[in-house]
Design a protein around this ligand. Structure first.
Ligand code: SF4
Ligand code: SF4
Length: 684
């Protein structure tokens, strides 16, 4: 450098030896607090159940890491929060790396290998420039997030008092912590720049410091404001200490609050297979039939609840929370986390059971298992399996609401939730001009597993017949099991009755074993999911939904469509077809082929809204406080689309729910509810 000027940052500039010693002592204390907290977290995780499904997978970890670097799960669904967090994330990451560089260069190399010191010269100048740039990003991100909180007043960031859940943190305490973390980061970011400017001013503004362009500008402003070099030198140690203290407070605090998500989210997103997001574990190995204590949660689950940032996306997406049911998936996670944190400190009694104690029963029974919460969560929390595990415990204790208990009893006794004779299962075929084959007696290509609602509910039987006529017209070889079919068990399983589910699987598999068929067909997305993903087929089975098969038939020219229905419609994506199994296109292709004009509701596709029937809710009473059932919210959403008079569905339960909801919402005269198959038949 010209004149032999040393290009580097003077470490501990203007600090006395005692001040430096005090800093190291404080840093050691902060690290001690951090490591103790981290040890406690680790010990808590190790007291959870090992997850038999968890497998180390390098490619998944790499994918998750790349996703995290781009904040993929945060940007998805909320670009403003995502962008703010992306700025904050990268700003923080680069400043953290810069601090590590200083630490290695000054605290290790300077003491042990001074000849290898590298934080000087061009490297110093380059890193100073980059650090200033990313420091600006950090501040932009923080200001975006602060402005979003202050100006947008998002309901999902509002916490609810939960007196019914013992030990649940108060809204004020959670809000305080949110602000504490944001303001601490702001203090660190803004304080760092001020400190840099003061140092440049105090050291006489050496020319090479222009690389630290923000600090350089601040130094200039300080000079313009009359701050002399001597004055800057006098103030510098105090500001340096406050900045260092803020940094150490952040380090020490991390394992004790929501800042822990910075570490836990990596594990939560990286260790849990994406394909398992819809999976329910088999009955727990802990012998208790569900989750009774916090240690029954798997280690992955314990980490994932710690990763929760209280962003409220799950709460916002939850149809139960939106309707006034007492459930909030966010609060389930927070209740579990608070309890596990407190209980893991004691080695003795763990207090109340999870289900019905830590997490109140009405919360658990409000869930429709729609999976919206899991899909929206940016840190990979899987709410549904935890809720079902706690329901399993309640079921094992006989704590089930009367309506749902009746349905379970009916399924046990009669094999269907309607409590009707098995012989009535095929009654829907009466009135057809052809005989539906009995797949137990003659071979068929498609075995149609009709499901309870499509078979027994008089409001749905017309759709079932329409589907049969379409298949017959297309020359499809299909048959049913007649009285040998039983409820597929999807909703039974979501209710937590795992034993009954396994019994139904056994019976259905025995019946299917006596039939000759190549593929399974169903009109019921709940049945579709169970057959496709939860029945243990030895050699795999192709399972198709009627909309998939009909779309294939239309596209292969086997269903000659003679006319266009010219109907403006909107379409509701059933959770178990769309969100669970990714079938979004086939029903839409059918509607287009039939000549219907599709108008999408604001909540459609992956952002679709549940009808409220899943998870056994179709058998349950409404909770007190419900102001608008999910199905009513949905029919109103459909009715708001100008010119649309038909709500198309592809699930028997949706049909039933929306027909009822249209009546209670006073929309039955203006909004027809039709299955896609019925609309298609009109085009023949
Ligand atoms: S699965 Fe659906 S109803 Fe259940 S908690 Fe999640 S969002 Fe709410
Ligand atoms: S569980 Fe996930 S989506 Fe819900 S508040 Fe926590 S981080 Fe957000």
């Amino acid at each position: 450098m010209p004149g032999g000027e040393l290009v580097e940052r003077p470490a501990f500039y203007a600090l006395t030896v005692w001040q430096i010693v005090a800093f190291y002592l404080l840093a050691a204390a902060a690290l001690g607090v951090f490591f103790y907290g981290s040890y406690r977290k680790l010990r808590k995780y190790l007291r959870g159940r090992p997850d038999p499904e968890a497998k180390f997978c390098l490619s998944r970890l790499v994918r998750a890491a790349v996703g995290i670097l781009f904040n993929r799960t945060i940007v998805r669904g909320d670009w403003l929060a995502g962008l703010g967090h992306l700025f904050l994330f990268w700003g923080f990451a680069v400043l953290f790396i810069t601090t590590l560089v200083v630490l290695v260069d000054f605290d290790i190399l300077k003491l042990l290998f001074p000849e290898y010191r590298f934080y000087r010269g061009d490297f110093y100048l380059g890193l100073s420039w980059v650090a200033d740039l990313y420091g600006v990003f950090l501040l932009i991100g923080l200001l975006m997030l602060l402005a979003r909180r202050l100006l947008m007043k998002l309901p999902r960031l509002k916490y609810l008092p939960r007196p019914e859940a013992p030990g649940f943190p108060s809204p004020a305490a959670m809000l305080r912590e949110d602000w504490f973390l944001l303001l601490l980061l702001l203090l660190l970011g803004a304080g760092g720049f001020l400190l840099e400017g003061l140092r440049i001013r105090a050291t006489g503004e050496p020319g090479f410091e222009t690389a630290s362009f923000v600090g350089w500008a601040i130094s200039g402003w300080l000079g313009a404001a009359g701050v002399t070099t001597a004055g800057a030198n006098g103030v510098f140690p105090y500001l340096w200490f406050s900045h260092a203290l803020a940094g150490l407070v952040l380090v020490a605090y991390l394992p004790y609050g929501k800042g822990w998500h910075m570490l836990a989210a990596w594990y939560s997103l990286g260790m849990q297979p994406e394909e398992n997001r819809t999976k329910l574990p088999r009955a727990t190995e802990n012998g208790s039939g569900g989750y009774e204590r916090w240690q029954d949660l798997t280690r992955d689950e314990l980490v994932s609840v710690d990763a929760c940032t209280r962003c409220g996306r799950c709460h916002e997406a939850c149809p139960a929370a939106g309707s006034g049911f007492p459930l909030s998936p966010r609060d389930v996670v927070l209740a579990l986390r608070t309890h596990a944190d407190a209980a893991s400190k004691t080695n003795g009694a763990d207090g109340p059971p999870l289900a019905g104690g830590v997490v109140p029963q009405p919360w658990l029974w409000s869930c429709t298992s729609c999976l919206a919460c899991v899909d929206r969560c940016p840190v990979g929390v899987r709410h549904v399996p935890m809720i079902v595990q706690m329901r399993r415990y309640l079921v094992a204790q006989g704590q089930v609401e009367a309506g749902q208990q009746d349905a379970l009893t009916n399924v046990t006794r009669y094999g269907n939730s309607f409590g009707q004779s098995a012989r009535n299962r095929s009654k829907w075929t009466q009135g057809l001009e052809f005989k539906v084959k009995d797949a137990r007696k003659e071979p068929v290509e498609y075995l149609w597993f009709t499901g309870d609602y499509a078979s027994y509910d008089p409001r749905v039987q017309g759709v079932t017949r329409a589907t049969a006529r379409l298949l017959e017209r297309a020359g499809v070889s299909f048959g049913i099991l007649y009285e040998a079919e039983q409820n597929s068990g999807n909703d039974v399983r979501r209710m937590g009755e795992e034993g009954l589910f396994e019994m139904l699987v056994e019976k259905n598999q025995a019946a299917l074993g006596k039939a000759q068929f190549q593929h399974l067909l169903t009109t019921d997305p709940h049945t579709y999911h169970a057959l496709k993903n939860e029945y243990p087929w030895e050699n795999g089975r192709r399972v198709v939904h009627h909309t998939e098969l009909l779309a294939e038939l239309v596209e292969a020219g086997k269903l000659p469509l003679q006319k266009q229905v010219e109907l403006p419609v909107t379409y509701h994506d059933p959770c178990y077809l769309g969100r669970y199994n990714g079938v979004y296109d086939a029903p839409r292709r059918l509607l287009a082929a039939a000549g219907a004009t599709l108008f999408e509701m604001p909540r459609h596709g992956a952002q679709g809204y549940c009808c409220g029937a899943g998870g056994g809710r179709i058998w349950a009473e409404d909770a007190p406080g419900v102001h608008e059932r999910p199905a009513e919210s949905r029919v109103r959403e459909a009715a708001r689309l100008a010119g649309v008079g038909t709500l198309a569905v592809s699930c028997p339960k949706d049909l039933v729910m929306f027909l009822d909801a249209a009546k209670t919402a006073g929309l039955d005269a203006s909004l027809a509810v039709r299955d896609v198959a019925e609309i298609l038949e009109k085009a023949l």
